[in-house]
Design a protein around this ligand. Sequence first.
Ligand code: FES
Length: 106
Amino acid sequence: MSDWTDIGAAAELDASQRLEGDVDGYRVRVVRVSGTLYAFEDRCTHDDSPFEDAPIEDCEIICPRHGARFCIRTGAALTAPAYEPVATLPVRVENGVIQVRDNRWD
Ligand code: FES
């Protein structure tokens, strides 16, 4: 089972609305939507682009490169040109620090 990895201060996320980090060699992104934290691999499944500065509408993130939409809660690909989901990851706050764990190979 992988360990929890510190991504950043919860207060930092409140200011920027999104954080990025590295968990077990994978880029991850953490966002807060309607008060809930979500973490997912920062790699669009269409062509591997990061979601840097990607717009968020409701609970969907829109890839800035070709416009595919993904559900932030589930990772599901909602529109072409992406068809595969992005990996969503467990996220928690411990003593004011946001932590993410990659549980895909537990
Ligand atoms: S790289 Fe994301 S939609 Fe093409």
